[in-house]
Design a protein. Sequence first.
Length: 380
Amino acid sequence: MKTAEIKKIQMVDLRSQYEKIKPEIDAAMQEVIDQSAFINGPQVRFFAEELREYLACNYVITCGNGTDGLQIAMMALGFKPGDEVIVPAFTYVAAVEAIVLLGLKPVFVDVDPWTYQIDVDQIEEKITDKTVCIIPVHLFGQCADMEKIMQLEEKYQLKVLEDAAQSIGAEYIFEDGKKMQSGTIGDIGVTSFFPSKNLGCFGDGGAMMTNNPELSEKMRMIASHGQKRKYIHDAIGVNSRLDTVQAAVLRVKLKYLDGYIKERNKVADKYDAAFKNHPNLQIPVRMRNSSHVFHQYTLRLKDVERESFSKYLDEKGVPTMVYYPMPVHLQEAYKFLGYKYGDFPVSEALCQDVISLPMHTEMEEEQQPYIIKSINSFFE
């Protein structure tokens, strides 16, 4: 099979996803244009309520993007400059960025080499009298070990802020069988609606989730210039709003989210079956206490030169991505924190070894067998 015989393979096929629900999306966007309520239109309120019902939490506050959400959440929690926030070393930069911008100190913890989630067994040794918060980042689509993290919160009287930007729709299962949605377990959860996310809009967008009425009120106020009433400012705030057009798009796509998750899991299952016994490929390990929504399908290469592997697949018409090529503690912007190579060996090794395969809801029948065949041919 040649790539000319199949549709061009995308890492994320947003166009095909749109085409399947085009009439609904177009009508929703046209309604906003007709109403001309482009800022804080009714669709924003409707979407927040529908997402709240989906997540089974008490409050959802929309905002401009996930990074804004993290910053607003920490402002609402009342952290002060110099306070320490625990965060995984293998992650996207957003959480660390928000921590530093508020004058807080990020304290890194290495991750589990199989699940890529924060290693909960290493958190306690990093807690000091300055620690105020743990930020578990639910990487690639499944939850960190929230039960143990919440036990640490209670033991040390900390706050827990979930970065659920990649895990919306994932379900965490406690030892007693209780289930909660990703982002609704800690004091606050934050998610992103970046277009490539499992629930993505057509631009930037984000939301904050909480079950605490006081935190809900604070976050809503901070996100709107610190005002409860127009032109009356009770706190220092920011300007972070979900655009009405984006809310309209998200209302349509939220109805399909469970179906999207099911399709992503089908793709992941086929990858798993193809590569589970491969000597050079470590498939993603699914945690027993979390469902997986597969925002990314990330392999770990063993005894393989990643650049050669990626280049070979690219020549075959199979795109790949690396999430992430450098850990945050070694980035130029964060060298002032004083970390060095060797401080977090698992995270550093993952940045050298991981590679993500095409993963989306619109994978066509002939595409995935071609991807698998192309990968296997590299080793022949």
